[in-house]
Design a protein around this ligand. Structure first.
Ligand SMILES: [Fe+2]
Length: 592
């Protein structure tokens, strides 16, 4: 039985395919539209799901949508009566609900079926979809489950208990109170106005001091029983019609903080204005206050469930700094956060919800790796599209193909150890926001200069943002303190004090690193590459950043090659082929 899960008309549109409860494919639409966080209907992702499974649209038995506009209607009505939000806000929500419920023609088109042959469509409320995405693919038979985000279907936080194929919701926090809104409002105040910019504030936070913690605590009050309330006068999302639009698919959110926040903290930073210690201190303080709130919610969940296993989802579950502190600040011992913990994950959760909760089927699948996307196994650098890698006045290219994987990995490791920046394109694309060794740019973590070079020449992004390490799973404790294995790069842990000087390129300013553990079981070729790097250097870690240049992560070999050619990357490895770029001038000198 095939179940198609989708997240549509919401940021991070996505499609997921289950076959008899086993995951077949999971893809984010942004990779195909080439617009970050693309937020329309995921037609292309749906078609890729069908292609990967080798089926046609009429084979789909159920479609699960990770939104239910009919959910919590009574609550919405009461809120509208009590708080009287602006008419524009109400109309926008009504329009959005109509769009979600009227998606049938686009679904028929994506599936290639006639309107009378459209599969049964299930609307799964946003938060139950998040909870399902966290628990049903986890390795736990039984777990505490939490979803924390901005909002979806009028809910911002839900805690639950998962047992077998059922999730029991224990408590919910409703609109307008939301930890996601708290983080987003201060992110906007700090001048990071792009959708999804919260991770920039998380990267900035370690540079600052907690000087604004007292002020930021005024924005949110913790309540008994794991609850919290925003001090609404500092926000406008609840009363003045904040609208989320998606021009050409890119979601944009109006400001959600009110002038009262500027009264509290001073004038907001304009986007693009220089960053000062004030912004660093506010970012740091926000992270502190967010963590206090998140651990308040999670400790209450522990009290209710007394279960050592925790599954986490929702946009706030992408806060890898807070995630890495869960075991130190709560009694939870085992934490599972699947790679698409944000809203794309509701496509997965909706499908799992239908399989387990609606159809009552037992659990049989565990998501142990993130490689559920497209793959191009027969393409080499020479055949990657219309592009030809030809020498010019400035650059000279050498292309070598390897039949033997060990040799390919050995040579790539040698190039990384020699200080080259390597685009590494292999196997199936990652599900979720992070590149995990199949669409990655790799470099030597021992070189202090590599970070600035990648930031300035390839990624063209803010200098303060850190780069992440991929570490051999068996070497985890050689390099990190109190860390847990995480193949999805969802948790930040301290780098061991005696290793920080050795790993300057992946050690953040506060001595931490957002690590990915790599094992032969989850990614054999990437594991082999890091083993070869260790054999050469004695270090079982490489720097891993996503293969892109201010765009969604590359999907195809052609996009990877284009990215390689327009940036200052030194090497690209596409499947079994290595292409090196060297300065023609330098080569000429060497020849003389
Ligand atoms: Fe969400």
């Amino acid at each position: 039985m095939y179940i198609l899960g989708i997240n549509a008309y919401h940021a991070d549109a996505a499609a997921v395919l289950l076959c008899d409860g086993e995951l077949v494919a999971a893809l984010e639409e942004e990779r195909f539209r080439r617009i970050k966080h693309w937020a329309g209907f995921p037609t292309l992702a749906i078609r890729r799901c069908l292609d990967i499974a080798g089926i046609s649209g009429d084979a789909i038995d159920h479609v699960a949508v990770g939104r239910d506009p009919k959910a919590n209607l009574m609550r919405k009505g009461l809120f509208t009566l009590r708080k009287r939000p602006a008419l524009a806000h109400v109309l926008n929500r009504v329009r959005n609900a109509r769009t979600i419920r009227g998606m049938s023609p686009l679904l028929c088109e994506a599936l290639g079926v006639r309107p009378d042959a459209v599969p049964r469509v299930h609307h799964v409320e946003h938060h139950p979809a998040h909870l399902a995405s966290a628990f049903f693919v986890s390795p736990f038979d039984s777990a505490a489950v939490a979803a924390i985000d901005a909002f979806g279907d009028f809910v911002s936080t839900s805690i639950a208990s998962g047992e077998g194929n059922h999730i029991e919701v224990l408590q919910r926090t409703l609109f307008p109170h939301s930890l996601g809104v708290l983080y987003t409002a201060v992110t906007q105040y700090l001048g990071f106005t792009g959708f999804g910019d919260e991770f920039k504030v998380m990267g900035l936070a370690p540079y600052g001091k907690p000087r604004y913690v007292d002020q930021l605590r005024e924005l949110v009050r913790l309540r008994n029983g794991g609850g919290f309330e925003l001090a609404l006068e500092h926000f406008v999302h609840w009363n003045s019609g904040v609208v989320m639009e998606w021009e050409d698919g890119y979601p944009a959110l109006d400001p959600i903080f009110s002038p009262a926040l500027e009264d509290l903290l001073g004038p907001a930073r304009a986007a693009g204005a220089p960053l000062t210690t004030r912004e660093e201190d506010i970012a740091h303080s926000l992270q502190v206050v967010y963590e206090e709130c998140a651990f308040h919610v999670l400790n209450d969940l522990w009290e209710r469930t007394r279960n050592e296993n925790l599954c986490l989802a929702g946009g706030c579950a992408m806060n890898s700094v807070a995630n890495g502190k869960i075991r130190a600040n709560t009694p939870f011992r085992h934490v599972y956060i699947q790679p698409a913990a944000g809203d794309s994950g509701t496509a997965l959760g909706a499908a799992c919800h239908v399989w387990h909760e609606t159809l009552g089927r037992p659990r049989s699948f565990v998501m142990e790796h993130a490689y559920w996307g497209t793959e191009y196994p027969t393409v080499s650098a020479e055949t990657a599209g219309d592009l030809h890698v030809v020498d010019d006045d400035e650059w000279e290219y050498t292309t070598t193909s390897y039949r033997d994987e060990a040799e390919l990995c050995r040579e790539t490791a040698r190039l990384i150890a020699a200080g080259e920046v390597v685009g590494w394109f292999q196997g199936r694309m990652e599900w979720g926001a992070r590149a995990l060794g199949n669409r990655s740019i790799l470099a030597d973590p021992r070189r202090a200069d590599i970070r600035d070079m990648i930031n300035l020449k390839i990624k063209f992004r803010e200098k303060f943002r850190p780069f992440a390490p991929s570490v051999l799973e068996e070497r985890l404790h050689d390099y990190f303190v109190e860390a847990a294995p995480d193949p999805f790069m969802q948790q930040v842990y301290p780098v061991r004090a005696d290793k920080r000087a050795m790993l300057p390129a992946i050690t953040h300013v506060d001595g931490s690193g957002r690590l990915q553990t790599v094992s032969a079981a989850t990614n054999r070729r990437y594991y082999r590459l890091i083993r070869e790097f260790e054999a050469l250097t004695g270090v079982g870690v490489v720097l891993n950043t996503s293969f892109n240049e201010n765009e969604p992560i590359v999907d195809t070999p052609k996009q990877a090659l284009e990215c390689f050619l327009r940036t200052h990357m030194d090497v690209i490895v596409i499947n079994d082929t290595i292409v090196r770029r060297q300065s023609a001038r330098q080569t000429a000198v060497l020849a003389v």
